[in-house]
Design a binder for this molecule. Structure first.
Ligand code: 13P
Ligand code: SF4
Length: 304
């Protein structure tokens, strides 16, 4: 075993720590994780752990969610600069201003947002539970959906709602080009296409299955098809291939790491080792903000 991996395992035991990692992180990071999942799975895991320390290998808003759910635990983040372009596209001050101009509206926020935005929200959703939760809301509920315009547009189309959409987007999924998908389809005519709902509508109209990272993984496992083009961050291919050794999987941009999420890729073994050893950087949060942000997250966990 790689010595760094061994040292990380030793530190985890010594400190009663667990590592939670998102599917988009590097393979070696997923290998040292105690749990690898999508945003919903990671939030659930963070809510139920009895570890003293949670090291979160993902992006900042995900670690914040873990802290909101576990105030007494130490939440460590290997790289504090690992943000999310989507979360950054909705600032709390702007949302507060928008809310004040739309009295009577409920704020539904995609989990990819800051704790301050969560604190202004009535309900949080993830890509894994958005349709299910929106369908539980009264049909005539007036809703503002933030921050992902593409996911919001997808939810509107699937549920027949007319939620007001924030003009935010993920700098990874929003940049995927339909021409590249057509090229890949021409090269692999037998392949089915799965995509994340953060992609643009014109892309989603061309795919066979739309779902969260966990939903895409399950779909590929259950499908009889043998070949897939995967329209999301390439890190997920590691777990997909591990679970489906007999299937052939292609990313949308094979061999082009510039299309990956740079923030997810900031997590590496060296940083994880030093973070666990020094127990810093630690994610700290103002208690009043945490309590406010907890309410819509708890509502999500109860409803999903
Ligand atoms: P999931 O909730 O599907 O894991 O997606 C998180 C994300 O950041 C997608 O870009
Ligand atoms: Fe954020 Fe996009 Fe990276 Fe997901 S892929 S963490 S939405 S920037």
């Amino acid at each position: 075993m790689n010595p760094l991996k061994q040292q990380i395992e030793t530190l985890k035991k010594e400190k009663n720590a667990i590592i939670l990692a998102h599917y988009y992180t590097l393979p070696e990071v997923q290998e040292v994780a105690d749990f690898v999942g999508d945003s919903l799975g990671l939030a659930r895991k963070a809510a139920e752990t009895d570890a003293d320390i949670i090291l979160f290998a993902g992006v900042h808003f995900m670690a914040e969610t873990a802290k909101i759910l576990n105030p007494s635990k130490k939440v460590l983040v290997p790289d504090m600069s690992a943000g999310c372009s989507l979360a950054d596209s909705c600032k709390a001050e702007k949302l507060a201003e928008y809310k004040s101009k739309h009295p009577g509206y409920k704020v539904l926020s995609y989990v990819n947002c800051s704790a301050a935005v969560k604190a202004l929200s009535d309900l949080i959703v993830t890509s894994g539970n958005a349709l299910k939760l929106v369908n539980q809301l009264p049909k005539d509920e007036k809703i503002i959906f933030v921050p992902d315009g593409n996911l919001g547009d997808y939810i509107n189309r699937m549920t027949g709602r007319e939620m007001l959409l924030w003009d935010g987007a993920c700098c990874v999924h929003d940049h995927y080009e339909v021409e590249q998908l057509e090229k890949m389809k021409a090269e692999h005519p037998e392949a089915l296409v799965v995509a994340h709902p953060e992609c643009r509508r014109e892309m989603l109209e061309k795919v066979d299955f739309i779902g969260s990272t966990a939903a895409m993984l399950n779909h590929i496992g259950e499908s009889d098809a043998k070949e897939f083009i995967v329209v999301t961050e390439s890190g997920i291919l590691y777990e997909m291939q591990r679970r489906n050794p007999g299937k052939t999987l292609y990313t949308l941009y094979p061999g082009q790491p510039e299309h990956d999420c740079v923030n997810m890729k900031k997590n590496n073994l060296e940083k994880i080792y030093h973070t666990l050893q020094n127990e810093e950087p630690e994610l700290l949060m103002d208690e009043e903000l945490r309590e406010k942000a907890l309410v819509p997250i708890q509502r999500m966990l109860e409803m999903s």
